[in-house]
Ligand binder design. Structure first.
Ligand code: GLU
Length: 451
């Protein structure tokens, strides 16, 4: 068995239930094999065995009281995966599907993503199986306070800097920050994604979505497929990433026609009404059924009516797809449907939205395929910019931050694509991004000795 397969098998043996973590490890390790062949130090220094085990992992209980006065108990996690390149950095996800395996897959991805940004950030991730849906504002606040009652002792502006992810946006970051300050008596840049009133950065809210479109533009510029202008695009999800992907696509003259949430999907052939979407999701916090009610020509399909083997959103003909919902939302059949209908570009706003089989289909078809680690790195990169502004007690204008974000996305593309060329597979940005992200972390590991 090869070194790589040996480590993959070990991960599967050690953590038998953590299937998403197995998937993330397998995807990275198999694609970096050529780099391991080229530089035998990685095997000698047992880099793979070390990189798949988090430096530290905190599992805790979160006890809080709901509006009826009933006691609620949730599980909380913070996985501090790697501090080789900087403080642990990565979001918090609040969603009922959260398990240790989910947080580990996200933390593992984050190491390489953060490395690709070129900024000084290690990798971490956290979250809870708490479901913010249907909870009152006061319940969300009490949960966030209870979550921070344990988390505060593990984080710090130079130690571990959490941010948002699914279910954690500006409101939650506000409650978490308030409680951190109360417990520590410190005003630190300990979280990113903060409000603009108290230490947040302009463009942080837009960054993941804008970045994923900038990445798509970069891929297309270096292909023969043409630009996004005038093209129909598919977007999944309806959270922060989806909303700002749609905003940037519309600014570039493209036509996004779909959105989705856990209850169903919208196909709005005339193009998504962004103001209505923002009102429903950011202000009223309602499901997309409300969107369909207010736009009678938009077609709503309930998730209950989805076929069992594929997601109907990906069978709508379009030039480009921006999966911006969650992991494994594109399977092999979905990938076939996209390709059959002429899709030429997939830029992943979500983390690991395509199964390994779907990824191979995109790579074989030689379309522009931007894996999440590269395409959605704009969010965490702008968190890095927020940390810089906090540390130097300044704030930059919207244009300045947007320009830096755009530059970072261009650099990530250039780095991934040059690395892909170096290894003889020029269109394979999975190999390029994974090797480029990995080499920096692995070399830092060797340089920092046994730690
Ligand atoms: N949750 C985002 C991600 O997956 C952002 C993390 C951050 O800003 O720290 O990269």
């Amino acid at each position: 068995m090869s070194y790589t397969q040996d480590v993959i098998a070990k991960v599967q043996r050690l953590y038998p239930d953590q299937v998403e973590f197995h998937q993330a490890v397998k995807e990275v390790l198999e694609s970096i094999e050529p780099a391991l062949q080229k530089d035998k130090r990685y095997e000698k220094f047992k880099v793979l065995e070390r990189i798949v085990i988090p430096e530290r992992q905190i599992n805790f209980r979160v006890t809080w009281e709901d509006d009826r006065g009933e006691i609620q108990v949730n599980r909380g996690y913070r996985i501090e995966f790697s501090s080789l390149l900087g403080p642990y950095k990565g979001g918090l996800r609040f969603h009922p599907s959260v398990t240790e395996g989910i947080i580990k897959f996200l933390g593992f991805e984050q190491i390489f993503k953060n490395s690709l940004t070129g900024l000084a950030m290690g990798g971490g991730k956290g979250g809870s199986d708490f479901d913010p849906k249907g909870k009152s504002d006061r319940e969300v606040m009490r949960f966030c306070q209870a979550f921070m009652n344990e988390l505060y002792r593990h984080i710090g502006a130079h130690t571990d800097v959490p941010a948002g992810d699914i279910g954690v946006g500006g409101r939650e970051i506000g409650y978490l920050f308030g409680q951190y300050k109360k417990l520590t008596n410190r005003y630190d840049g300990v979280l990113t994604g903060k409000s603009l009133l108290w230490g947040g950065s302009l463009v942080r809210t837009e960054a993941t979505g804008y970045g994923s479109v900038y990445f798509a533009q970069e891929m297309l510029k270096h292909s023969d497929f043409g630009s996004l202008e005038g093209k129909t695009c598919l977007v999944s999800g309806s959270g922060n990433v989806a909303i700002y992907t749609i905003e940037k696509l519309q600014q570039l003259g493209a036509k996004p026609v779909t959105i989705s949430d856990s209850k169903g999907m919208i196909y709005d052939e005339a193009g998504i009404d962004l103001a209505l979407l923002k009102e429903i999701k950011e202000v009223r916090r309602e499901s997309l059924e409300s969107y369909a009610k207010e736009r009678p020509n938009a077609k709503y399909t309930s998730a209950k009516d989805y076929p069992s083997d594929h997601n109907p959103l990906w069978s709508i003909p379009a030039f480009a797809a921006f999966p911006s919902a969650t992991q494994n939302e594109i399977n092999a059949k979905d990938a076939d449907n996209l390709l059959k209908n002429g899709c030429k570009c997939v830029s992943e706003g979500a983390n690991m939205p395509s199964t390994i089989e779907a990824v191979h289909k995109f790579l074989n078809a030689k379309i522009c395929y931007g894996p999440g680690k590269a395409a959605n790195a704009g969010g965490v990169a702008t968190s890095g910019l927020e940390m810089s502004q906090n540390a130097s007690m300044t704030s930059w204008s919207f244009e300045e931050v947007d320009k830096k974000l755009h530059n970072i996305m261009q650099n990530i593309y250039a780095n991934a694509s040059e690395t892909a060329k170096e290894f003889g597979d020029p269109t394979n940005l999975v190999l390029g991004a994974n090797i480029a992200g990995f080499r920096k972390v692995a070399n830092a590991m060797i340089e920092q000795g046994l730690c």
